[in-house]
Design a protein around this ligand. Structure first.
Ligand code: SAM
Length: 261
């Protein structure tokens, strides 16, 4: 049946995604820097500044294996804390901040854990590493102040399920933020970007990571992902309010956001 066919294809997709990330995990940081010319760092900074992290918050970063987003959130909270403490001259800010990093791939989580140790965060009680699927989260309803997913939602099998789960675990007033490679629609720039992604990226993948196919797949997955407006309407369909998005670098990436009321 066509249903049976779809099932097989979905299984293939998650297997393929898992293979891709197992194979790229070790070269992950280097490839990110090369492919984005270092810009992914600024994009993640922007994501976290939109989140407005605060001391004591419970936050879930999904598909966050390498810890890139989580570390930024912690840094931001620590600098807020310092400022507040300097102003207030007291030390009563001891709520337990909890940043959960959830990823389906243990190799990616290991990259993150190693980096946490490198940053002196081995004993940090604020960081919690969780192996889990964005489509079926192991967290309670209404338990999170914030939810982020950076360069993760494009690769899941059912985007709707991920959005429904994000909505479920957020408390009322909680913010959903998604950073994702998106669609460029500016004449001239679009052709340049197409050339870059279809020719340069796979070649880079081959040269640096010895893996052309994985990077070819990553580029194709960008094209298949819904454009900004469509994705915004999917977020609204999941129940989020005040859904909006910001394009960065002409839509190479977009940050979508929504609130749970
Ligand atoms: N957020 C990190 C960053 O921005 O550097 C990592 C992004 S990486 C491109 C995508 C991550 O999504 C991988 O670590 C992969 O294991 C994870 N992933 C893929 N499918 C997932 C799922 N269904 N649930 C949770 N994580 C998933």
């Amino acid at each position: 049946t066509s249903f049976g066919f779809k099932e097989v294809r979905e299984e293939e997709k998650s297997q393929m995604v898992s293979d891709v990330f197992s194979s790229v995990a070790s070269n992950y940081d280097l490839m990110n820097d090369l492919m984005s010319g270092g810009l992914h760092r600024l994009w993640k900074d922007r994501l976290v500044s939109k989140l407005n992290p605060f001391p004591g918050m419970k936050h879930l970063d999904v598909a966050g294996g390498t810890g890139d987003v989580a570390f930024r959130i912690l840094d931001s909270i620590n600098s807020t804390k310092r400022r507040v403490l300097e102003d207030a001259q007291d030390d009563d800010l001891h709520e337990e901040t909890q940043i959960y990093v959830c990823d389906i791939n243990p190799n990616m989580l290991n990259v993150g854990k190693k980096r946490a140790i490198g940053r002196g965060l081995r004993e940090s009680k604020s960081l919690v590493w969780v192996e889990g699927d964005a489509e079926a989260l192991n967290f309670d309803d209404n338990s999170m102040d914030g939810y982020t997913i950076a360069f993760g939602i494009r690769n899941v099998t059912h985007v709707e399920k991920v959005l429904a789960e994000a909505y479920r675990v957020l408390r009322r007033g909680g913010r959903f933020l998604c950073l994702e490679l998106s669609h460029v629609d500016i004449p001239g720039f679009k052709e340049l970007y197409d050339y870059y992604s279809f020719s340069v990226i796979p070649a880079m993948g081959e040269l640096v990571a010895g893996d052309r196919q994985s990077y070819q797949y990553l580029v194709e997955s960008i094209r298949r992902f819904p454009p900004q407006e469509k994705f915004a309407s999917m977020i609204a369909d999941a129940g989020f309010q005040k859904v909006e998005y910001e394009n960065l670098v002409g839509g190479v990436v977009a940050i979508h956001s929504g609130l749970k009321f």
